[in-house]
Design a protein around this ligand. Structure first.
Ligand code: TXA
Ligand code: MG
Length: 348
């Protein structure tokens, strides 16, 4: 298959959106930008189209897809009930990086929901995404537009790297804003529960709907996560990745010592630091993820840094940890997964 890339970096183009919408209506696959990561879209109400997503990504069929809508009114057709909390959260955070799990209606195919009786719904905060959703029929299933197991794409080139020749079209809207996938909150069962942390954090949710829990699997307890996708080892870089924890100074010293040792052992170490620390390190391939004074720069670059290391001959990566005040939980959740939970304490 030939993949067409359309450049929308300098703005919307309705003629392009109409062509992309037509592809979706005919059951094809279109990758598009959102504020979180690039999504791989298909008509969510067409089981065959949704099945193509799983095939293109190599995604396990029990891992359900998020349905993207562009208008609040659209939600009524795909859920069997709209709890008051859903309305409150939508008013506060949609369009935005929040996905809600709700009981599904009969028109949503089980292929889309991975066999579940619930459905994940989100309204993205991106003009191109919403225009495409409308042009494509209003209900677009879209997982992150990466091959299963690779870091989520934060620019069109990442999508092409994984899916060129496999999907119909890529809409290039430039770099995404947030860089980590949406927060998922389950509203189907008593107290709302966060299944995947993201930009919208627990505190922000609690201000709107009161007490919100966090899935035990996210707190490191050895239980099965409630979002099927969270059980897979995602975002794994080719090099072995270790997270180093401790005070700022301990972390720098420890990473520098580890990198030196790696070099002595004939390995090629990589380091994930920040604008503040990058000049401290004395060896290895050092990459700054962003600045600690603006944490969104850290979330924005996490996945692209992991991809960059995959293109290098680095064999081991040491990363600082980023327990930032607002997005720290989301950033560390993804970093821990990428590292397969390998942590080194700064002071030992
Ligand atoms: O930011 C995002 O959410 C991006 C952009 C493209 O919108 N999409 C995204 O989709 O991250 P994906 O497929 O990579 O992740 C969807 C997650 C998976 O962990 C999946 O298991 C969970 O949502 N999920 C979907 N439907 C669910 C359901 N009914 N119950 C529980 N978890 C569900
Ligand atoms: Mg994904």
């Amino acid at each position: 298959m030939h993949t067409v890339t359309e450049d929308l970096r300098s703005g919307m183009d309705q003629a392009v959106i109409d062509r992309a919408g037509e592809i979706l209506r005919r059951g094809g696959l279109v990758a598009f930008p959102t504020e979180t990561v690039y999504g791989l879209g298909a008509d969510a109400l067409d089981a065959q189209a949704a099945a193509k997503i799983y095939a293109a990504k190599g995604r396990p069929s029990d891992n359900p897809l998020i349905i993207h809508i562009a208008d609040w009114e659209a939600i009524g057709r795909i859920v069997s009930e709209i709890p008051e909390n859903a309305e409150k959260l939508a008013r506060a955070f949609w369009p935005g990086p929040l996905t809600m799990i709700l009981p599904k209606s009969d028109i949503v195919p089980l292929t889309t929901t991975g066999g579940l009786s619930t459905v994940a719904v989100r309204m993205p905060d991106h003009e191109i995404a919403r225009a495409l959703i409308r042009a494509g029929g209003g209900y677009i299933a879209a997982p992150s537009a990466n091959t299963s197991g690779r870091p989520s794409p934060t620019k069109a080139a990442h999508v092409a790297e994984d899916l060129d020749g496999v999907i119909d079209m890529i809409l290039d809207g430039g770099d995404v804003q947030i860089g980590l996938e949406s927060t998922i909150v389950d509203l189907t069962d008593g107290t709302p529960v966060i299944l995947r942390p993201g930009y919208i954090n627990q505190e922000m949710l609690e201000k709107v709907i009161g007490s919100v829990g966090v899935d035990a699997a996210l707190l490191g307890e050895n239980v099965r996560p409630k979002a099927p996708g969270m059980k897979y080892r995602h975002y794994a870089p080719k090099a072995e990745l270790f997270i180093v924890e401790g005070t700022r100074d301990q972390v720098r010293e420890r990473i520098d010592a580890l990198a030196e040792k790696a070099v002595r052992e004939g390995k090629k170490p990589g380091i994930i630091g920040t604008d503040e620390s990058k000049d401290y390190y004395t060896c290895g391939m050092v990459k700054s993820i962003g600045t600690r004074t603006d944490e969104i720069t850290i979330s924005q670059h996490l996945y692209s840094i992991l991809r960059e290391f995959d293109h290098s001959d680095i064999s081991v990566i040491y990363s600082e940890s980023f327990e930032t005040p607002h997005m720290g939980q989301a950033i560390m959740n993804r970093l821990f997964k990428a590292a397969g939970h390998q942590v080194i304490k700064g002071q030992e």
